[in-house]
Design a protein around this ligand. Structure first.
Ligand code: 5GP
Ligand code: MG
Length: 173
């Protein structure tokens, strides 16, 4: 079975936007250290590029959660597959996510992390599909709002493929 990928957002546009969001985060966190929590695996490419564009001190940790029964539809069941290595107590935490769809994963994650007493907790996402929202989530930084289409690239996969594409594309079966 083979699929084709139609480009939705070019590499140049993604890079430019990440630069802008990085500058905004740098201004907002001036004088503080920002603790980035990368949501694996999809958030990895975005987290690395974003971290390079932030010019206040940055620390990093990784978490893996699973909310999907299969590749394209949400089951509503969220579980922590890999927890953080370090405590977030007293830290200025910024969750870095690839995409927010129904919002189920993030609303669960935010509740879990709030209970660990960070000094602040914010959310940054590369992509947002607002029309798909089932659970309300307050998103502080969004690079791109996109229509309700299944996208890949920049960390996002289709059956574990295409994460390495340097642009965002739509899967056409
Ligand atoms: P939510 O809990 O917000 O419905 O789901 C978020 C997760 O679903 C994302 O982190 C991502 O793993 C997956 N997801 C949602 N939409 C897409 C999409 O268009 N493409 C890919 N590859 N994954 C998606
Ligand atoms: Mg994700």
């Amino acid at each position: 079975m083979s699929e084709t990928i139609r480009q939705l957002i070019s590499e140049e546009d993604v890079d430019k936007k990440i630069r802008e969001i990085g500058e905004q985060i740098s201004r907002d966190y001036e004088g503080r250290q920002v603790h980035l929590i990368c949501v694996l695996k999809g958030g990895v490419f975005f987290t690395c590029e974003l971290a390079k564009r932030i010019n206040v001190p940055v620390s990093l940790d990784f978490m893996s959660v699973s909310s999907y029964g299969d590749d394209t539809s949400s089951s509503g069941v969220v579980r922590i597959v890999k927890d953080l290595d370090e405590s977030i107590e007293g830290k200025d935490v910024l969750i870095v996510e690839d995409i927010i769809d129904s919002g189920r994963t993030l609303s669960y994650l935010i509740e879990v992390l709030k209970q660990r007493n960070p000094n602040s907790l914010r959310l940054c996402t590369l992509l947002d599909k607002p029309e798909r929202r089932v659970k309300d989530v307050n998103v502080d930084y969004v690079c791109f709002n996109i229509p309700d289409e299944f996208v890949v690239g920049y960390g996002l996969d289709y059956a574990q493929k295409y994460r390495n594409l340097p642009y965002i594309g739509v899967v056409e079966l």
